[in-house]
Design a binder for this molecule. Structure first.
Ligand SMILES: NC(=O)c1ccc[n+]([C@@H]2O[C@H](COP(=O)([O-])OP(=O)(O)OC[C@H]3O[C@@H](n4cnc5c(N)ncnc54)[C@H](OP(=O)(O)O)[C@@H]3O)[C@@H](O)[C@H]2O)c1
Length: 298
């Protein structure tokens, strides 16, 4: 297939592209700078511009771009960038695809389990209602921005990614230094649910969704066994052979991270991957300990 990818230099894009190339797909990148190669196509979500003519004739588009949520304090300006890079960026790309003469058959678009907000012990599936906080609002608008593409007959898949586990990036990479030093511990009460997924299964799930024409709409990308923060902490300590006896109280993380603390670290989402599992996707890493041992093997 001829596949276009946005956000290609991020954690997911960097892992996805070589796997798709290995399978013989032709990969093009949507880039936010002047193109340096025939396989780069320019766009600017900020200026709401995209090289429309060059979008013709792709089989599929995988849209991963978005301002980082975990880097930097959530000032009003940062929150605006988090929202606009996703909502404006997705509308720009999705509407452009919808109006092509030769549109792609599939548009795979990132979203996040932040869609559900802070939900305690409730088990959440793709059918659950959205939450009511900032990230939930962003995710709702992010997914709605694919509506025109869907109306025009493109198969849209909104991947609600859980906490993606990889040693080189994302949440786990940030947690590793204190845990390796033996000063890790649970966050707040430790009762908040963490719905995680190994990076390999993100790639496997995207490839599965690309190939499986019956999958459309919201899809939870989370492993079958979410855990509480207390269990996550204990398991990470076990895999690293380090103690985890230094809890961080909720007020401490709020002091350190501001609003981001409640949204990302103290928020609870117990999410099931109902669509992927019903469609027959087999997770390579279904248990947290197995996933962490794999991800941290080097
Ligand atoms: N990692 C996770 O645990 C996780 C969890 C839930 C949801 N997600 C979502 O899944 C998507 C991919 O995740 P990821 O971990 O690969 O993200 P990432 O490492 O932060 O990469 C995102 C990419 O988006 C592009 N980008 C950055 N700032 C941008 C801006 N202001 N406007 C437009 N594009 C911008 C960059 O790519 P280019 O330089 O190539 O343009 C960047 O590499 C993201 O939308 C993320 O929010 C991730």
């Amino acid at each position: 297939m001829k596949i276009l990818i946005s956000g290609s230099h991020g954690l997911v894009g960097t892992a996805l592209i070589p796997m798709l190339e290995l399978e013989g797909h032709d990969i093009f990148r949507l880039v936010r700078h002047a193109p340096n190669a025939e396989t780069e196509i320019e766009w600017s979500p900020d200026r709401y511009s995209i090289a429309l003519a060059r979008l013709e004739g792709f089989d599929a588009v995988v849209h991963l771009a978005g301002e980082s949520i975990a880097e930097g304090r959530w000032t009003d300006e940062k929150k605006k960038r988090i929202r606009e890079s996703r909502v404006k960026g997705t509308r720009l790309l999705g509407d452009a695809l919808a109006n092509l003469t030769q549109p792609p058959h599939t548009f795979i678009c990132a979203s996040a389990i932040g869609y559900y907000g802070d939900r305690g012990d409730e088990v959440l599936t793709e059918r659950s209602e959205p939450g009511k906080d900032f990230l939930a609002d962003v995710c709702v608008e992010w997914e709605q921005a694919t509506a025109l593409a869907s109306e025009k007959g493109i198969r849209v898949v909104n991947c609600r990614f859980g906490i993606i586990l990889d040693a080189k990036g994302g949440a786990l990479a940030k947690m590793l230094p204190p845990f390796r030093m033996g000063v890790g511990g649970k966050i707040g009460s430790g009762r908040q649910w963490m719905s995680w997924i190994a990076l390999d299964d993100v790639i496997g799930g995207i490839k599965f969704a690309l190939a499986n024409g019956s999958i459309r709409g919201p899809v939870n990308f989370v492993a079958p066994a979410p855990v509480t923060n207390a269990v996550f902490t204990k398991t990470l300590g076990k895999v690293l052979s380090r103690p985890t006896i230094f809890p961080i109280p909720a007020f401490g993380v709020r002091l350190l991270f501001g609003e981001m603390a409640d949204a990302l670290l103290l928020s609870s989402q117990r999410v099931e991957s109902a669509v992927l599992q019903t469609a027959g996707y087999l997770f390579r890493y279904a248990t947290l300990e197995g996933a962490l041992r794999h991800v941290l093997k080097d």
